[in-house]
Design a protein around this ligand. Structure first.
Ligand code: KG4
Ligand code: ZN
Length: 330
């Protein structure tokens, strides 16, 4: 039975996981730096890389111990090669290369977003062609997936990523990083009160900076008038407007590119309202919503994706560079 050890370190989680080819999880260890970064209101790249350096060996050792195997027993070492923060990616890359060199194993460089997509296989087999709505801190993409090797970006954000917009809106109302879970919670008791402009972009692309700026203007105006902003109502208005545009474009994408299944992927897939809207609106195709524990960054997702790379014998050399802006089409 083939086994893969995978490392994830693209942003602010240091993680290592081991799975076998039947997708049994032998171990999955994640440590998050969120408490440190939330003090600064966002991820500080230099701090993130230093913390990865401090954590990586312990995390890998914990994953190997938990799986109760030796690194010698795995068939390949995988790591996130991009996209992400360059310093953070390097730490995972160096750790993976050191293990691959020492134990003489093939090396697999996994695209982070493919990890977010393929982890849904732990729920059920994926049916192609498939549409992925990838929503994270750095990306907002509609990806048409013909099979497990062919990915085509058919829609993307022209400015901010959706997760980034959530984080910025939270900052405007003086809430902590990461903003997504906070806005999600506040919006639950918010009501229709503030009007925000609906993003207007043709075709399958997205835009969130106009909406984000409208939130900022509204908050400043209230402040200038000496009025307190209702955080719940603002969170509600922002979230309803932003998520409606995501769901609308996903439906349009399915009209243009008929698919057998749709998957939600990335950190924003945790959002309770987005999950509800997708269930209400996406009909006639198999809709796969990842369990919350799989939505945020982890190494299990890199291991599951790496099994596909292994099947296609797609390996990288020791001189492979980390790619901070790698496209899913590469
Ligand atoms: O995929 P991820 O863990 O890291 C990246 O690869 O970017 O996504 C992190 C993003 C953050 O912007 C965070 O605010 C957002 O996911 N997020 C949410 C929720 N939970 C996390 N956004 C909206 N609602 C949530 N419940
Ligand atoms: Zn991610």
């Amino acid at each position: 039975m083939k086994k893969i050890l995978a490392i994830e370190s693209s942003c602010d989680e240091t993680a290592c996981a081991i799975i076998d080819e039947d997708l049994n999880v032998l171990s999955s260890v994640v440590t998050s730096q969120i408490d440190v970064h939330s003090r600064f209101g966002g991820v500080i790249p230099e701090v993130a890389s230093r913390m990865h350096v401090e954590q990586i060996s312990t995390i890998v050792k914990s994953a190997v111990d938990e799986a109760n195997i030796s690194v010698d027993d795995v068939d390949a070492i995988a790591y996130t090669i991009g996209p992400g923060l360059i310093g953070s990616l390097h730490v995972g890359g160096i750790a993976a290369k050191s293990l691959a060199f020492f134990y003489n194993k093939p090396l697999i460089g996994v695209h982070h977003l493919k990890g977010h997509i393929f982890i849904n296989e732990l729920i059920k087999p994926l049916q192609y062609p498939m549409m992925a709505l990838v929503v994270s801190g750095g990306h907002t993409e509609l990806v048409y997936i013909e099979d497990d090797e062919h990915f085509k970006i058919i829609g993307t954000t022209l400015d901010d990523a959706i997760g980034e917009a959530y984080d910025k809106v939270a900052r405007v109302i003086h809430e902590a990083y990461p903003g997504g879970p906070v806005i999600d919670r506040l919006a639950k008791t918010g009501k229709k009160h503030y009007e925000l402009p609906t993003p207007k972009v043709d075709g399958l692309n997205f835009s969130f900076s106009g909406l984000k700026n409208a939130v900022l203007q509204l908050a400043r105006k209230q402040e200038a008038l000496g009025l307190e902003i209702d955080k719940n109502d603002l969170a509600y208005a922002f979230q309803e407007t932003a998520l409606k545009s995501l769901v609308k474009k996903t439906k349009l994408a399915l009209d243009m590119y008929p698919c057998k299944s749709v998957v939600l992927a990335g950190g924003v897939a945790c959002n309770s309202r987005l999950r509800e809207m997708m269930q209400e609106e996406i009909k006639d195709v198999d809709l796969i919503l990842p369990p919350l524990k799989y939505c945020t960054d982890n190494a299990l997702m890199i291991a599951v994706a790496a099994m596909h790379y292994y099947k296609h014998q797609k390996f990288v050399d020791f001189n492979a560079s980390s790619m901070p802006s790698m496209s899913i089409e590469d």
